[in-house]
Design a binder for this molecule. Structure first.
Ligand code: SF4
Ligand code: SF4
Length: 154
């Protein structure tokens, strides 16, 4: 059973009190499974829905899939068991937002938009300081930053 951070977990109740689970997870699988219809099986056999956030194949041919998986709690667990049975590595999604200091022009656009005040304008230097420990990876600054200095890492 994969332990997932509470922050990445969304639970809801349907009318007949069936628990709906929605979690963002990272799947890593070997080259032998790269072309297998794994996500299709999750939908067809386990009644899960998905939203692919990132998909790639690394240089050493390892497949990487970041997806949000949603379904009834029992189906979700069955789907996860299926992935474990295939020997796919499953991790909770953890996101890391970083600033490329060479790209940042200190325009200040991110200061207003950040919900946690992770950016502070230093009035003396006229530079925008980034306090990474305040960041909750909401990604708002990534969308708004003109020179694309803010980057998301999984
Ligand atoms: S929006 Fe981008 S370029 Fe402007 S201060 Fe923020 S990180 Fe720097
Ligand atoms: S990702 Fe969100 S919380 Fe983190 S610095 Fe950007 S706007 Fe602030």
């Amino acid at each position: 059973m994969v332990r997932l951070r509470r922050a990445s977990l969304t639970l809801a109740m349907t009318g007949n009190f069936t628990m709906i689970v929605s979690k963002k997870i990272v799947l890593r699988f070997p080259s032998t499974l790269v072309h297998q219809p794994i996500v299709y099986r999750l939908v067809k056999d386990y009644n899960l829905s998905f939203n692919i956030l990132k998909a790639s194949v690394t240089p050493n041919e390892e497949g990487l899939l970041v997806l949000e998986l949603t379904g009834k709690e029992k189906d979700y667990q069955r789907g996860i068991d299926y992935l474990i049975h295939l020997k796919i590595k499953i991790q909770p999604l953890s996101k890391d937002v970083r600033r490329d200091e060479d790209k940042c022009t200190h325009c200040g656009l991110c200061v207003e938009i950040c919900p946690t005040e992770a950016f502070v304008l230093d009035r003396k230097t006229r530079k925008v300081d980034f306090y990474k420990d305040k960041c909750i990876a909401c990604e708002l600054c990534i969308k708004i930053c003109p020179p694309r200095a803010m980057e998301l890492y999984f």
